[in-house]
Write a protein that binds this ligand. Sequence first.
Ligand code: FMN
Length: 356
Amino acid sequence: MSSTYGEKIKISVFGESHGNGIGVVIDGLPAGVKIDMDKVLVQMSRRAPGKDKTATPRKESDLPKVLSGMLGDTLTGAPLCAVIENTNTKSGDYGNLLNCPRPGHSDYTAYIKYNASNDIRGGGHFSGRLTAPIVFAGAICRQILEEKGIKIAAHIASIGNVSDDSFNPVAIDDELINKLNNSTFALIDESVEEKMRAEVESARLAQDSIGGTIECAVSGIEAGIGEPMFDGVEGVIAKAVFGVPAIKGIEFGKGFELSKMRGSQSNDPFEYKDGKVVTKTNNCGGILGGITNGMPVIFRAGVKPTPSISKEQDTVDLQKKENAKLVINGRHDPCIVPRAVPVIEAVTAVAIINLL
Ligand SMILES: Cc1cc2nc3c(=O)[nH]c(=O)nc-3n(C[C@H](O)[C@H](O)[C@H](O)COP(=O)(O)O)c2cc1C
């Protein structure tokens, strides 16, 4: 199982949703950097369940215990290991999934790949809960990035058919970044919140779930970072973003919309501004030839609807080898998008630090 990402700064995520605990080992961190653990906890709390009305009511303390790699508040340079205990699990809810895989979840593919030895409880290693240690790792990486003037922010770009404003692609405001970095329902235009919540509520009442998109921006990143071809900035970020469960798409800049434009519309014209080369627009999302051009790096990720829904679904019974009906018990978010926002920021931080 490859739950490891990165070369210069490598994160290895371990654990299962209803096992003893989950956690992460981060290799390659620079020694001597002071970490503000309160800021790390803010990020973890944004992702934790039960913090927002759209989230599962399951409440977990999600407090990371640092086992190694820090002396007081300073990184020692040794592998940083943080563990989060699993304290609030109701494995009984998963009994009927042992033989009947949930449509849309990893139950069937994990059953095949691991010969039914995988821990199915709570989705095991495939659970959204495993994003808690990812957020921990990202929160450490982004503090190191912030020292270099690089800031990362994401927001809920859409839920169902309701959309937020987009980032100004050529200049991301620090105040906006700060607001989004501290929000559990991160929006640029807060007036759409009620409509988005109504979309989620209507899905929940229909015993269903709903998806959406997340827009993420990296500001303060200089030109010339990234490699051509397979180690380009798009590839490095996409690999990290696809590590997040339920992400099914990613587009940089104007993405697929570019395919419908003329070159004269899609090209970002250059100009000198305060002695610096910038572009007037940012349709390419700050990346040309896999290399940053000094403009904000901007991408959107598509989040699918939560696979576990309470509506009855068709599945199969793998023991009896016959068709079956499935009713899923347990506590599941009708919409993953708000909680996935800090996760997308976190994986982006881990990707960017590896590119530097
Ligand atoms: C923050 C977060 C929370 C999630 N919570 C749930 C959940 O409560 N129920 C569920 O079925 N899936 C949840 N998921 C999604 C599943 O983990 C994911 O769909 C599953 O592992 C299959 O992977 P795939 O969708 O990437 O193919 C969550 C994902 C994230 C990022």
